[in-house]
Design a protein around this ligand. Structure first.
Ligand SMILES: [Zn+2]
Length: 440
């Protein structure tokens, strides 16, 4: 038996947090807002004209020096990894992170403040199933700096990480299964750390204006300098795991796999995120197109239009590709961005209206009935639509396979049909339709 799918989640309400940004030292107000299913996580620059948003996607990655920066056009958001880690690890798939600066507040250098913020906002389930990336074959990335990340198949999201500083000082190892509770307790409080020899040149150049012992641990030789003592004996490796979670959130899908990381850094993490996204694109490209048979047992557009009275823009079936039996057939509709309904449904966010999918099912079912009754001198009218479910959004570029089966036809006037629409091998909508036929 198939288990119920995991659902997408967003935050329950808006929650805000203010503080100082690390690189510019400016005051910043961050607000976390709920967002609809399939929205993903987007950053919004409230301080700029038109308030541009940037998708937290690997395609928008700009730089990985010391922190992860994303951007679109000339707009940038720096140091996104800690807030992303908190959102992702605590189960938030969709949210708007609004800021009035180019960087979130650095807090104490950990993700604690963001984890608290997510809890304050609450996490609520949405209707759509979560998107996953299942690791099927081992993948790996390596960098010249000695970072190595291996991704292995696993039914959970796990990270096993080894961290070591210059001359292998402070070598630490930790292996965890990333869950909201584990993250909150064991990972979120782990602070950023820097080795003195690495930050001295930056401090000299005044590149980290907001930086202080308040928001990072500084390691000088064997000494650990920080405002408060270490929160964990292995705090450094925990922070490395935090950064991996945040950087891999840029994949935009939940990863089912085991990350084995040796001396990871933002550059290597981003490389892995890129490899995963490439693999996902390859998989989708293989899954999407299908050979649509022509001629033979189906009906072409012309024949469909001889049977159905519907015309543009209300003809919702391009072709019938096969009749399995007299009472069962499959129609196909290719949805393009030129569909008139996309103009208003919705501007900037095109989704095919569910009711039009029901209409498509009704049209395919009527073809069955007209063929059975061997007449086209009638028009079908909807009497009811039951068990209607919309499972996934239908987007421009999708090809809908409309399956219809007549389950009951009383006389030649009344019919019942069980229908569903399929895109990329997944059911996107379904309904049980009843209609009556009246003479034209
Ligand atoms: Zn970090």
């Amino acid at each position: 038996m198939a288990s119920t799918p995991e659902l997408q989640h967003t935050v329950g309400k808006t929650a805000s947090l203010s503080g100082t940004s690390l690189h510019t030292g400016e005051k910043v107000m961050l607000k976390l807002h709920p967002a609809p299913a399939d929205h993903g996580i987007k950053f919004k620059r409230k301080d700029l004209q038109d308030e541009p948003t940037i998708d937290a996607k690997i395609e928008n990655l700009k730089t990985v020096e010391r922190a992860t920066t994303i951007g679109e056009g000339s707009v940038r958001v720096h140091t996104v990894e800690h807030v992303l880690a908190a959102l992702w690890a605590m189960g938030v798939d969709n949210a708007v992170v609004e800021m009035d600066a180019n960087e979130p507040p650095i807090g104490d250098g950990s993700a604690q403040a963001y984890a608290d913020l997510v809890k304050k906002a609450g996490v609520i389930a949405q209707e759509e199933p979560r998107k996953f990336f299942d690791v099927r074959e081992t993948m790996h990335v390596e960098s010249k700096t000695g970072a190595l990340l291996v991704l292995l198949p696993d039914d959970k999201f796990r990270i096993s990480c080894t961290q070591a500083g210059p001359n292998n000082r402070f070598a630490q190892f930790l292996s965890v299964e990333v869950t909201p509770a584990l993250f909150e307790r064991e990972i979120a409080p782990a602070r950023t750390f820097v080795f003195y020899e690495d930050v001295k040149p930056l401090m000299d150049k005044n590149l980290i204006k907001g930086g202080s012992l308040e928001n990072a641990i500084v390691v000088r030789g064997e000494a650990v300098l920080s405002k408060e003592p270490l929160r964990f004996a292995d705090e450094f490796v925990r922070h490395k795991i935090l950064d991996i979670i945040g950087d891999l959130a840029l994949v935009g899908r939940r990863i089912r796999g085991h990350v084995v990381a040796v001396k990871p850094g933002h550059a290597a993490n981003a490389d892995l995120a890129r490899s995963i996204t490439r693999e996902q694109t390859r998989r989708s490209a293989v899954a999407a197109p299908r050979t649509i048979p022509s001629g033979g047992g189906g009906l072409d557009t012309d024949q469909v239009m001889q049977i159905l009275p519907h015309r543009f823009p209300f003809l919702m079936v391009d072709r019938i590709i096969s009749f399995e039996t007299e009472t069962k057939c499959i129609g196909v509709k290719t949805v393009t961005i030129n569909e008139p309904f996309f103009q208003g449904h919705f501007p900037g966010h095109p989704v095919m209206p569910g009711v039009l999918q029901v209409e498509a099912m009704a049209q395919v079912a009527s073809i069955l009935l007209f063929k059975l009754a061997k007449t086209t001198s009638r028009i079908g009218y909807f009497m009811s639509a039951d068990e209607v479910k919309f499972r996934k959004p239908v987007l421009p570029g999708d090809t809908i396979f409309i399956h219809a089966e007549l389950t009951k036809s009383r006389g030649e006037r009344l019919a019942k049909a069980k229908c569903h629409c399929v895109v990329n091998d997944a059911i996107v909508s379904e309904a049980e339709l009843m209609f009556t036929f009246l003479d034209k």
